[in-house]
Design a protein around this ligand. Structure first.
Ligand SMILES: [Zn+2]
Length: 406
């Protein structure tokens, strides 16, 4: 095992990083409390706080009420408007460009519909062009922007610079996305998988340090997940930890999946699969309730809520389709619980807003599980509120990790 010491600059980064993170998580505090919280001497805190005030990263705020003895303490706080981060979030058939301040509040955000298998170069040019326009329109100074975060569907290279397989978002494989974003925007780029970026954003905005580990499950068009140990996301030895959506659950003859294989969990249990399977069944004879729901509305557009209502109201074939989706997903999640023993499973996606679906999944998760493996399962408190923040927050977290130094 290699052992390395740290030079003075490394120590400085670590100390500044601890100060930035605790001020982000706990809000303003006195230098004395900051010193106690991160276990540095008052002299060291005075020095780094002074530097960061001079750089605009921290500000001095209100005074603590005096006890009548000695000097009153001045509070210091993070100046979240000191820097901004840009973001590009890419899903299947959808993308967002946005910018956030250091506390994750959104400066601007715009979403785009994309075709499936969008041409990568053309799409990235369009997104970067719009990102630059919106940055200028919102008066963001270039020197205040710390970089562009890209939250990308699929698998990236180990160095996080190249999109190996976007699982159908791009037509291209092995696309050098970071290099292109840097060339087109002039800012450094940091790329991560989009589900991991959502999970990291949730932990940044809603930290729960005592939890130990969490499994974050996202169901939108497909199924993705991310797994944390402590407060860090575990990547796995090949960078593909928690690719639960692509577990083969139909050994032979399954439906083709966006990843290029067939018979994956995503082809049975994802919202996209549930919708397409219900569409294939739809007829007045086989699915009379669903037929009636659709024909009682003007738009005639099939939604997941229609499917849940039909299942709940007696369409046997729709209920059976949904049962298969729920039991298959629950089986995969039970595998996660027995293998990794997470402290909690967090659900993210519009699917989980539906009480009928959520109760079906919760009931199925209890089937065959002993009390020793009963893990809390809950919908994210930030459900579908992170897509406009997650990509930019990748860069903010990196900025904090580096102690606010370039
Ligand atoms: Zn797959």
């Amino acid at each position: 095992m290699p052992y390395e010491g740290d030079n003075m600059m490394g120590v400085k980064r670590t100390n500044r990083s601890a100060a930035l993170r605790i001020l982000h998580e706990q809000g303003s505090m006195s230098r004395k409390r900051l010193s106690e919280s991160i276990k540095l001497t008052p002299a060291a805190i005075t020095k780094i706080v002074g530097e960061m005030i001079a750089e605009g990263l921290l500000t001095e705020g209100s005074m603590l009420p005096g006890s009548g003895v000695g000097r009153r303490e001045v509070m210091v706080e993070l100046n979240s408007r000191a820097r901004a981060a840009l973001g590009i979030f890419i899903n299947l058939r959808q993308a967002f460009v946005s910018a956030v301040w250091l506390d994750g509040s959104v400066i601007f955000s715009e979403s785009f519909d994309l075709p499936e298998k969008a041409p990568a170069e053309e799409t990235v040019r369009m997104l970067c062009s719009r990102l630059t326009e919106l940055s200028d329109k919102n008066g963001l100074r270039r020197e205040s922007v710390v970089g562009v975060g890209v939250a990308m569907r699929g698998v990236t290279s180990p160095d996080g610079r190249v999109v190996r397989n976007s699982f159908g978002a791009f037509s291209d494989f092995d696309f050098p996305l970071c290099e292109r974003v840097e060339a087109l925007t002039g800012f450094p780029c940091l790329m991560r998988n989009n589900v991991r970026a959502l999970f990291a954003a949730q932990m940044f905005l809603s930290p729960e340090p005592a939890l130990g580990s969490q499994f974050f499950l996202r169901c939108e068009a497909g199924i993705g997940a991310s797994f944390s140990i402590g407060e860090r996301i575990w990547l796995g030895s090949s960078g593909q930890c928690a690719e639960i959506g692509h577990i083969p659950v139909v050994p032979r003859g399954g439906k083709p999946c966006s990843c290029g294989k067939s018979g994956c969990l995503e082809t049975i249990a994802s919202p996209g699969a549930i919708l397409s399977d219900a569409r294939a069944l739809l007829s007045e004879e086989r699915t009379p309730v669903l037929w009636h729901i659709l024909h009682s509305r003007e738009d005639g557009e099939l939604t997941l809520d229609d499917i849940f209502e039909a299942a709940h109201s007696g369409d046997a074939e729709i209920a059976s389709l949904l049962d298969r989706a729920v039991t298959t997903l629950a089986a995969a999640l039970k595998g996660v619980i027995y293998t990794f023993d997470p402290g909690k499973i967090v659900l993210y996606g519009r699917l989980f807003d539906n009480p009928y679906y959520l109760s079906r999944l919760s009931a199925e998760m209890r089937e065959g599980v002993d009390s020793g493996h009963s893990v809390p399962i809950e919908k994210s408190r930030l459900n579908h509120k992170l897509e406009d923040k997650a990509a930019g927050l990748l860069v903010v977290e990196d900025f904090f990790d580096k102690g606010g130094l370039a």
